[in-house]
Design a binder for this molecule. Structure first.
Ligand SMILES: [Zn+2]
Length: 160
């Protein structure tokens, strides 16, 4: 009996994760923007309710704060939508952008990462190129390319 209950809990949490991945493909803590480790929070505190609207990605620390009722659910919903709209890229005035994930900012123009981004974007200005060509760009690190690709900023053709 006990074992069955436990298995049921495992199945439920797998379902929560599946639904969250589908509904909120950009994965970061909705509160602080950290991208790992992540948990799926139930906004109504009921682990059996895995409707997409009841789920949000949170880091363990923010999850704890949320479950302690320190954070209004309304704010969570607004932030959740915002992260999905922006894919983690937040706009300030004009073309200047900041990324709130606490990692190197690939859009900060005065940084090396920003300059590498410019190089990649200039190279892809006339459309997608094969992955292998993008990766051979002089002075461009593969982490920059990976980040831009993951955020949907660039697209390249997969090499056959
Ligand atoms: Zn957090």
């Amino acid at each position: 009996m006990k074992k069955g209950k436990k298995l049921d809990g495992v199945r439920k949490s797998a379902e929560a994760k599946r639904n969250a991945v589908r509904a909120y493909p950009y994965r970061c803590c909705v509160l602080c923007g950290h991208t790992s480790p992540l948990q799926v929070a139930h906004l109504d505190h009921n682990p059996g309710n895995n409707a997409a609207d009841n789920l949000a990605w949170m880091c363990p620390s923010c999850h704890w704060n949320y479950d302690s009722d320190l954070l209004p659910v309304k704010a969570i919903r607004i932030l959740r939508r915002r992260w999905q709209q922006t894919n983690g890229v937040h706009f300030r005035k004009g073309p200047k952008m900041i990324v709130a994930t606490g990692k190197a900012n690939p859009f900060c123009k005065s940084s090396g990462a920003g300059q590498r981004t410019e190089t990649v974007l200039a190279f892809l200005a006339n459309g997608p190129r094969p992955n292998s060509e993008v990766r051979r760009l002089p002075g461009v690190r593969s982490t920059t390319i990976n980040t831009l690709h993951r955020r949907g900023v660039i697209k390249y053709r997969q090499a056959r």
